[in-house]
Design a binder for this molecule. Structure first.
Ligand SMILES: Nc1ncnc2c1ncn2[C@@H]1O[C@H](COP(=O)(O)OP(=O)(O)OP(=O)(O)O)[C@@H](O)[C@H]1O
Length: 323
């Protein structure tokens, strides 16, 4: 990796995103119910280096999609800052695009594929004429493994995997440097998932793309990532290089997640059962938010929230992590 590639693309500094989930005016004033705040994301800090894949894993409701929306600017942070290094485009900004989980819901069913992919090109004025735009659409379809002829067809004429390829072509049409992939394979058949992951990896190499990859599929995360952050109830509890996370997990929650992955080598091993569901982000447990589920819990875990600290090259939020 050259020095230019090692320059961080995205710096996330103590970012929080809270939602006001207070009861209605009537309930507050007449029934005297209090206002309530939901802390979807609370104090996230990390760097994503140019040309790499940074993955976020965690259970449903831990704040992954909220983070994705913060990165692409759909949500504004309640606290903290997200800053991109200057991009290579004419305007100096890093262009960011998002690939969604459900490729059917995210493609307009009334538009032909060619029109869907041409839309960002036209909006951003990236080609001068209609003929140039059409040529670019055909090129993008071929880049994602489809045929230029497919531009005349409608989304419903394609399989799930092909529709996700169309979504990727549409994202690439905006000539992004940074892609947020929010569960890009979880709506697809297992056999197709690997093809889409390999396509994303090939595109990253060819186009020097940087990815924020969000998934609860740990096998997919291991396949594509350079670094992984494990989120629990709006916070990163562990962050490390991919091999460290999978070979030497430090946080009990990371170990729990890894233990839930079926292992064909050890089919009959004892699994750690999940005895408690994810607590509510409106009313998180005091101290370490993982303490009601943690097998290592002691008094300090119920009393004080652990700060992130280094254990080797891993950053971990656990009172019991040993440096
Ligand atoms: N616009 C919103 N208003 C209120 N609460 C929200 C909003 N968006 C998300 N939340 C809440 O924030 C928390 C985190 O949600 P988020 O969708 O980011 O989690 P997630 O990890 O992506 O889950 P999933 O994998 O199910 O999408 C959840 O409790 C969710 O109900």
């Amino acid at each position: 990796m050259t020095n230019a590639l090692a320059k961080p693309t995205l710096c996330v500094d103590d970012v929080a995103c809270f939602f006001d989930v207070s009861p209605s005016w009537f309930d507050r004033t007449v029934m005297r119910k209090p206002r309530r705040t939901l802390k979807a994301v609370d104090g996230l800090s990390f760097l994503i280096e140019r040309g790499t894949t940074f993955s976020i894993v965690g259970e449903s409701g831990c704040g992954k999609s909220t983070l994705a929306r913060l990165v692409v600017g759909l949500y504004q942070p309640t606290r903290g800052a997200l800053s991109f290094a200057s991009g290579s485009g004419r305007d100096g900004f890093v262009r960011t695009q998002m690939i969604f989980q459900d490729p059917f819901a995210s493609l307009n069913p009334r538009w032909r594929v060619g029109a869907i992919i041409a839309e960002p090109i036209k909006q951003m004025g990236l080609r001068r004429s209609g003929a140039e735009t059409q040529a670019r659409v055909r090129q993008l379809l071929e880049t994602v493994g489809l045929s230029g002829q497919d531009s005349n067809r409608y989304p419903h004429e394609f399989s799930g995997g092909q529709r996700q390829r169309i979504s990727i072509a549409r994202a690439l049409a905006a000539e992004p440097e940074f892609l947020v992939c929010d569960e890009p394979t979880s709506a697809l058949d297992v056999s197709v998932q690997a093809q889409i992951l390999n396509l994303l990896k090939d595109l990253q190499r060819e186009l020097s793309l940087t990815y924020l990859f969000i998934s609860h599929n740990l096998a997919a995360v291991r396949h594509v990532s350079d670094r992984v952050a494990v989120m629990y109830l709006g916070r990163i509890v562990e962050e490390a290089a991919t091999d460290e996370i999978f070979e030497r997990p430090q946080h009990p929650y990371t170990r729990f997640l890894l233990d839930t992955v079926p292992n064909l080598d050890r089919p009959n091993r004892d699994r750690v059962p999940a005895t408690v569901d994810l607590p509510s982000p409106i009313d998180p447990p005091p101290g370490c938010a993982y303490n009601p589920r943690c097998p290592l819990v002691t008094d300090i875990c119920r009393a004080a929230a652990p700060e992130p600290r280094p254990v080797g090259s891993t950053l971990v939020r656990c009172h019991h992590a040993i440096a």
